[in-house]
Design a binder for this molecule. Structure first.
Ligand SMILES: NC(=O)c1ccc[n+]([C@@H]2O[C@H](COP(=O)([O-])OP(=O)(O)OC[C@H]3O[C@@H](n4cnc5c(N)ncnc54)[C@H](OP(=O)(O)O)[C@@H]3O)[C@@H](O)[C@H]2O)c1
Length: 321
């Protein structure tokens, strides 16, 4: 099983690669595409590094030739102040990188069987209480536009006979990265609070399920097009706040009583604050209809597991240092 993961050194990439290793073991030939030569050396021995900046230029076709799957996760972080320069980096690292990758498929004698391309629930924009499935139309705003362009570039690979799945990730909850690393310490200090009214919907997914759904899409040959990578039970921001406070052993009533006005985030992140304030009630219709079974369908268990893993990582670090 030959799998190439672009942007695979990151939070999601490493989780997906570990799931691949657990599934295929010694049959797995994993290549990780990274821009950083110095960090490439830190990858586990069973991951072969390939140093290339896919947003800068078309990679050599030998990288993807005959691959069973290519997973493209490359993308500049969206959690930053959206200046014009940052927006350009956010766009280029997704849209140009995907265009260059698909061009390498075109040049390959044997293009890969499947391309799983990252996208995000940001595709749907700010949608209040509306239930959103893969068939729902896109929303408005910068992130939605980026996701639409990103998916358009990925879908071009289907003209070459490649099966394409655009994985619209919700907020991925896992220890050691992503949303949890930014938010959990605030709750541990007892400073957690809901955002604004707390009525906005949060579509989350545990990292084991995010990786599990990517593998599900690789294995199920009938799957193609958009796939919402979210748990079946989205919650409001108020419910998320309450559950997170409880998971870290802090009083939940205080966290749901207090609220941070959205303008505070706008001061810090500008237009980028919309990531924290937008409401998206997204459902995993395709994954459920194709038989995916969630390990963490409920938020409470998901957050308690993440908290446990985070504590275990901290303890392991303390013992080695
Ligand atoms: N985590 C989430 O909650 C979440 C939610 C929705 C969507 N997503 C999307 O899923 C993908 C993977 O997410 P992640 O959490 O694993 O992110 P991550 O840990 O930041 O990894 C993304 C990788 O993209 C590469 N990258 C970063 N900036 C880049 C740039 N300017 N140009 C080219 N490559 C760049 C980096 O690889 P190197 O430095 O090794 O080259 C990095 O390891 C991203 O595209 C993200 O937008 C994630």
């Amino acid at each position: 099983m030959r799998i190439v993961v672009v942007g695979g050194r990151g939070f999601l990439g490493q989780a997906i690669l570990r799931s691949c290793f657990n599934t295929w073991g010694r049959e797995l030939q994993a290549t990780v595409v990274t821009r950083r030569r110095e960090r490439a050396e830190l990858l586990p021995v069973w991951q072969r590094p390939f140093v290339w900046d896919v947003s800068e230029s078309v990679p050599p076709p030998s990288l993807v030739n005959g691959a069973d799957a290519v997973i493209n996760l490359a993308g500049e972080s969206v959690v930053q102040r959206w200046t014009q320069a940052a927006k350009q980096r956010i766009r280029d690292s997704r849209v140009l990188a995907t265009r260059n990758l698909v061009e390498s498929f075109r040049q390959a004698a044997q293009p890969p069987k499947i391309l799983i391309n990252a996208s995000a629930t940001g595709y749907y924009g700010d949608r209040g209480d509306e239930e959103l499935t893969e068939e729902s139309p896109p929303g408005q705003g910068f992130l939605s536009e980026i996701c639409q362009l990103w998916e358009e570039e990925a879908m071009r690979a289907s003209e070459l006979g490649v099966r394409v799945v655009c994985a619209r990730f919700g907020i991925v909850l896992g220890a050691g990265g992503g949303f949890v690393e930014r938010v959990m310490p605030i709750f541990e200090w007892g400073l957690g609070a809901k955002i604004g009214s707390g009525k906005q919907w949060i579509s989350w997914v545990h990292i084991s399920d995010a990786a599990g759904m990517v593998l599900h899409a690789i294995k199920k040959e009938q799957m193609k097009g958009a796939m919402n990578v979210v748990a079946p039970n989205p919650v409001t921001n108020k419910e998320f706040t309450r559950t997170l406070a409880m998971a870290v052993g802090k009083p939940a009533f205080l966290a749901t009583l207090l609220s941070v006005p959205p303008f505070i985030f706008r001061l810090q992140l500008g237009e980028g604050a919309s990531i924290l304030t937008a409401s998206q009630k997204v459902l995993p219709k395709l994954a459920l209809s194709t038989g995916y079974t969630f390990a963490f369908p409920e938020l409470e268990l998901a957050l308690r597991e993440v908290y446990f893993q985070r504590r275990a990582m901290e303890k392991a670090l303390a013992t080695t240092s």
